[in-house]
Design a protein around this ligand. Structure first.
Ligand code: F6P
Length: 527
């Protein structure tokens, strides 16, 4: 299927995106999707009607509609772990039944949500001033990203997020907190993750060392309720979820508790509502007008067809500063796989490298490469029509102007003639030519732009669900399992084995020369 698309792409060699606008006055509207107040504009790419039709045919041929319905219905589509994939049930606020193995999961989901809300209200009206979420990966990135994104709505205790096993993380955080008024939220699906359990123990030890009782100071969010109980957290303070919630898809349920405490249950519900609305759109909109589907297909056009291996996520929204990191886990842990569902090697590229920073900061750092580097980096811009600071509206106008200017500059570029004009008068002859060449922008570089009215809780929910479904669509078309993560196991096993070698309890026999040399250096310089 990619070969056909690659042949189609070859026939577009030499086509310029800006020329497509000149040929078709309605291009912007034709190559955009609108949903629930959001606009996804992919017209600044080489995609035309034939390419879009071919991409949609690929999605249909991959059985997208059937696979999507299978996911929502609770089928065990995570085949390598034998699990259903139902993070969508966590935001299914109307409670319509969703069955796993013949049992409706919704009563339990809604009951847990009510318990979370009761605890959040209790904490928000208590003397607790600081909440420290201890978790890593999906048990950190989502709530942390959301808490920063929704900071205008944060009217509860201050939330902190400790993830790294580097003691610097918890040490720096604890310096900001008072032991008497700090609540620790231990977030771990498995309740075995070494980083999280190590940080949790240090938090416990910190309270003891300060002479403050640990009673009532810990909450657990986990699928492994038994382990949380054994660890010393009373049942009433344990919020469970089932194995059908993947770690990187878990911020909608108990893993979102710190966010809920920070912004309040009503705002958290609005976030869930936004996600639920995106689910309905994903399930019902025709593929051409389906935002997650088109977001996925545009990405696959760039990565699988044109071989553009990375994509930059560039939110012109400072409060989405952690969105690129969140999406790195969501997209790369989900679709960074080389084996298809049937165990065969993937015949095409796996998901792309995802990276990014908020604009306008990125402009002063890495945009140079995006504009003039030798590799094409498809860019995904995002911006809100309104900010939260009406008194600083002129900042927001500048922000939007910069966002739109970047996608325009990437598309248009600057040719040699125009560049000569820029330096004429300053230089002449060969030097003018040389100087002008440095000022040429090739242009014809693709980008998409997502515009939304304002980064409120509901919109954040829509955006996160949009990206989740995009990952799903890409996974279906690649025929991979987007819901396991075997690639993280080997490093964990080796780290466990290396632990005693680092402390010197065990010799590094059998290790390669480089590892032995690194260990020897550490031993020599540890004191
Ligand atoms: O190492 C990868 C991973 O398993 C992620 O998928 C997950 O989000 C993270 O570790 C944390 O896992 P847990 O929530 O079980 O502590």
């Amino acid at each position: 299927m990619w070969d056909d698309l690659k042949s189609l792409a070859a026939t577009r060699d030499g086509t310029r995106i800006d020329a497509l606008f000149a040929q078709d006055a309605a291009r912007a509207e034709t190559f955009s999707v609108r949903h629930d107040g959001m606009l996804f504009d992919y017209s600044k790419t080489l995609i035309d009607a034939d390419i879009r039709a071919a991409l949609i045919a690929v999605a249909e041929g991959a059985g997208l509609a059937e696979r999507r319905d299978a996911m929502f219905s609770g089928a065990k589509i995570n085949e390598t772990e034998g699990r259903a994939v139902l993070h969508t049930a966590l935001r299914n606020l109307d409670g319509a039944p969703v069955e796993v193995d013949g049992a409706d999961v919704m009563p339990e989901v809604l009951d847990t949500l009510s318990r979370m809300e009761a605890l959040a209200d209790e904490i928000r009206s208590s003397e607790i001033t600081d909440v420290v979420n201890i978790g890593i990966g999906g048990s950190d990135l989502g709530p942390k990203m959301g808490y920063i994104a929704l900071s205008p709505y944060a009217d509860g205790p201050r939330c902190h997020f400790v993830s790294n096993v580097d003691g610097a993380d918890i040490a720096d955080t604890l310096k900001l907190c008072k032991p008497e008024t700090t609540l620790f939220v231990i977030a771990s699906k498995t309740f075995t993750t070494i980083e999280t359990m190590t940080n949790a123990k240090s938090a416990w030890a910190w309270l003891e060392e300060k002479g403050v009782s640990t009673e009532g100071k810990f909450v657990a969010l986990s699928s492994n309720k038994a382990a949380a109980g054994e660890w010393g957290i009373p049942e009433a303070r344990v919020f469970g979820f089932e194995d059908w919630v993947g770690g990187r898809y878990s911020m909608w349920g108990p893993i979102g508790l710190s966010l809920m405490i920070g912004v309040g249950p009503a705002n958290f519900r609005a976030f869930l509502k936004g996600g639920m609305e995106m689910d309905t759109h994903f399930r019902t909109a025709p593929l051409e007008q389906n935002m997650p589907v088109m977001l996925a297909l545009v990405g696959m056009w760039h990565n699988q067809v044109l071989g553009q291996a990375t994509r930059a996520v560039l939110p012109y929204d400072n409060r989405l500063s952690r969105l690129p990191a969140y999406l790195q886990q969501l997209e790369m842990e989900s679709n960074g796989k080389g084996v298809s569902m049937d165990g065969a090697n993937l015949a095409c590229n796996s998901g792309p490298v995802v990276w990014g920073e908020p604009g306008t900061n990125g402009q002063h750092a890495f945009y140079q490469l995006i504009h003039q580097g030798t590799r094409v980096v498809p860019c995904e811009f995002m911006v809100a029509a309104q900010g939260h600071e009406p008194e600083l509206a002129h900042h927001h106008s500048l922000l939007i102007a910069n966002c739109l200017a970047q996608s325009e500059a990437l598309m248009r570029g600057r040719d040699l003639d125009e560049a000569r004009g820029k330096v004429a008068g300053k230089f002449g002859g060969d030097e003018l030519e040389r100087q002008a060449r440095h000022r040429v922008f090739p242009g014809n570089r693709p980008s998409t732009t997502l515009v939304y009215p304002k980064l409120d809780p509901e919109t954040l929910g829509r955006i996160v669900a949009l990206y989740e479904h995009r990952v799903f669509v890409e996974g279906v078309i690649l025929n991979i399992n987007s819901f396991d993560q075997w690639g993280v196991e080997l490093g964990k096993e080796l780290a466990t084995a290396l632990g005693p070698m680092v402390t010197g309890e065990q010799a590094a026999d059998g290790k390669d020369g480089s590892t032995r040399q690194l260990l020897a250096f550490v031993h020599k310089n540890a004191r």
